[in-house]
Design a protein around this ligand. Structure first.
Ligand code: TYD
Length: 215
């Protein structure tokens, strides 16, 4: 089973994924955890290029898109497909939906072109289940501001950045509405314990259904 987690920046995804993977492993599942961009030696080098601040001004949106998809192609071939083939569970911190919402809805690249490029990169692999940790960009920003000892750091997020993240959030809402059977929307505004319990409930339920369909 292939599971991805999605959400706007600051949704608390990464810690929730760690908890979920640990809980499923304790129940005996063979869980492989990965993240995008990255997750392979080649992908980690691509990640470094993407997030190197000296590239951030120059990188063309098409280049950015192709680098995200290049990292993904390597991850699918080297890590995800082999683990799924041996019957394991793969949990990915972001997957192709991130490209649709960030490069498509966020940056404004054409969605049909993105879908072709994504499918070329992944060979058509999509997650069986996607958990959306639901928090608006405004709430995520406020949470980070409260959590930070250096609150002012986050005040510098200008209107343009916030508007970009609003488009990303609306992009997620559109994708969820188009494919409600794959997506599970979980509020990320509760305490870590509450979110953790909701995530595990969804995962356990999905695994039971999956197992029943194999019996
Ligand atoms: P990361 O440091 O992993 O942050 P997060 O914890 O929010 O996932 O950075 C990932 C960033 O890259 C995040 O801002 C989303 C963006 N991204 C894209 O723009 N397109 C993509 O295809 C992917 C996978 C990520």
């Amino acid at each position: 089973m292939f599971i991805s987690f999605e959400g706007v920046d600051g949704s608390g995804k990464t810690s929730q994924i760690q908890y979920a993977a640990a809980a499923l492993r304790a129940e005996g599942y063979d869980v492989l955890l990965t993240r995008e961009p990255g997750g392979t030696p080649v992908g980690d080098e691509i990640r470094a290029v993407l997030f190197d601040s000296k590239n951030s001004q120059d990188i063309h949106p098409h280049t950015e898109l192709l680098l995200f998809c290049a990292s993904r192609a390597q991850l699918v071939a080297e890590v995800i497909r082999p683990h799924l083939a041996k019957g394991g569970i793969v949990i990915s911190d972001r997957f192709a939906d991130s490209t649709l919402v960030y490069q498509g809805y966020g940056r404004g690249l054409a969605l049909d072109a993105l879908r072709h490029i994504i499918d070329f990169a992944t060979g058509g692999l999509w997650p069986d289940l996607t958990i959306f940790l639901d928090i608006t960009p405004e709430e995520a920003l406020e949470r980070r501001r409260r959590a930070s000892l250096f609150g002012d750091e986050f005040n510098r997020l200008d209107d343009m950045a916030l508007e970009f993240h609003r488009r990303v959030y609306r992009g997620y809402e559109t994708l969820i509405a188009a494919e409600p059977q794959r997506w599970h929307r979980i509020s990320a505004t509760g305490t870590q314990e509450e979110v953790k319990a909701s995530v595990l409930e969804v995962l356990r339920q999905a695994l039971v259904v999956k197992r029943a369909s194999h019996e």
